[in-house]
Ligand binder design. Sequence first.
Ligand code: CTP
Ligand code: MG
Length: 227
Amino acid sequence: VPAVAIVVAAGSGSRLGADVPKALVELDGVPMVRRCLDALADGGVTSVVVTVPASYEARFQEALSGSPVPFRTVVGGARRQDSVRLGAEALAAGNPADAVVLVHDAARPLVPSGVVAHVSRAVAAGAGAVVPAVPVIDSIRELDDLGSRVVERSRLRAVQTPQGFRLGTLLAAHRHVEAEGIEVTDDAGAAEAIGHAVTLVPGHRDAMKITEPVDMVLAHAILAGRK
Ligand code: CTP
Ligand code: MG
């Protein structure tokens, strides 16, 4: 299923602590953001908007030269949700409202192309908001005023990206949360705020988010296992 995509890469990566924005950090010599475009292209994405930190457009253009898919960069916003909204506005200029759009974190460079394709297919099949999700491994306790209580783990899922929508849905959702001052942690949450149901599809361990230095060790191990 053909789709367009927003790769959000405008964060600084403060927890990773590299001397460049996280999306420019290389894994085996390839910047994370470039790995994302490779995976998205393999999964059927035909054009991409990349949100980048202010004053880094040239660095991202360079990191993405030779991309298998056409892309353009736009400067992101203060919060992730602002970056997604700005990316969606940029895509709205050249794409119809019913285009399938995927929103992907640059910090998930090893997402399998099969997950990408699965998300697009689910949107094309009629789902309003699609989220790849994986079971939670840790036991979880929820805090309350009296202390804490165990949460039934089998009912929990950790959400990943890419998340999929129709472009019109994504734009309306992000314009709504912006106008209402609602904070969301993911894009499906914004779609839910305008009444869309969320469809879960299987995620994959390799779509893990690189957040802290130790995550780079796991990412290198995943790459080594692919060779
Ligand atoms: N992101 C973005 N715009 C922002 C904040 C985050 O485009 N204002 C992107 C990041 O570049 C990343 C994704 O959203 O690809 C997920 O965010 P996270 O993992 O938190 O990355 P950072 O915000 O860069 O890292 P940190 O929170 O450690 O500073
Ligand atoms: Mg962040």
